[in-house]
Ligand binder design. Structure first.
Ligand SMILES: [Zn+2]
Length: 151
C-alpha cells in the first residue's frame, strides 16, 4: 500500500504536468488558478484512501467534521443530517472498494463541474479545468495503487 506521502508526491507531479500542458497548449492560468490546481489535485490524490486509516482519511474527516459543525452552528440541521449520512459511506465499504474504481474517478469530482451549471442554469463549463485537475489527482492515486487497469 502506497503511503499518503507517496500519493502527495505523485499527485504534485501530476499537478505539475497538468499545469504545464494547460499553460503551454490551452491558456495561461492565474496564480490563484494554479494554487487551486495544487489544492484540488492533492486532495483528490488523497481521496480514494478515505476508506481506510490513512492521511487521506484524516484530512477528509477533518474537513467533514468542520463542515458539519458549521452546518449545525448555522442551524442547517437537515443539511447536516444528510451530509453526516453521506460522509459515513466510504468507511462502510471495504478498502479499495468503490473509492478505487475508474467510475469513482470520473463521478466523485463531477459536482465541481456541475455546480456552476446548476446554479447558473446554463451550460457553464468554467470549472472544467478544476474538474480535470481533480480527475488527474484521482488518476495518480489509482495509477500508483495499481488499481487503474484492474477489471
Ligand atoms: Zn489507495
Amino acid at each position: 500500500m502506497a503511503s499518503g506521502k507517496r500519493h502527495l508526491f505523485v499527485g504534485l507531479l501530476s499537478v505539475y504536468f497538468f499545469t504545464f500542458i494547460i499553460s503551454n497548449y490551452f491558456f495561461q492560468p492565474s496564480f490563484l488558478d494554479v494554487l487551486l490546481y495544487v489544492v484540488i489535485g492533492l486532495l483528490f490524490a488523497l481521496w480514494p484512501d478515505v476508506d481506510t486509516k490513512s492521511l487521506g482519511q484524516k484530512v477528509f474527516y477533518m474537513i467533514f467534521f468542520l463542515t458539519d459543525l458549521y452546518l449545525i452552528f448555522t442551524l442547517q440541521y437537515k443539511l447536516a443530517a444528510f451530509f453526516g449520512l453521506i460522509i459515513i459511506l466510504p468507511v462502510l465499504a471495504n478498502h479499495r472498494g468503490w473509492t478505487h474504481t475508474r467510475a469513482a474517478m470520473i463521478l466523485v469530482p463531477l459536482p465541481i463541474l456541475l455546480y456552476p451549471m446548476i446554479t447558473n442554469r446554463t451550460l457553464d463549463c468554467s470549472n472544467l479545468p478544476f474538474y480535470a485537475i481533480a480527475v488527474t489527482g484521482y488518476f495518480s492515486h489509482l495509477l500508483i495503487d495499481g488499481q487503474l487497469f484492474k477489471k
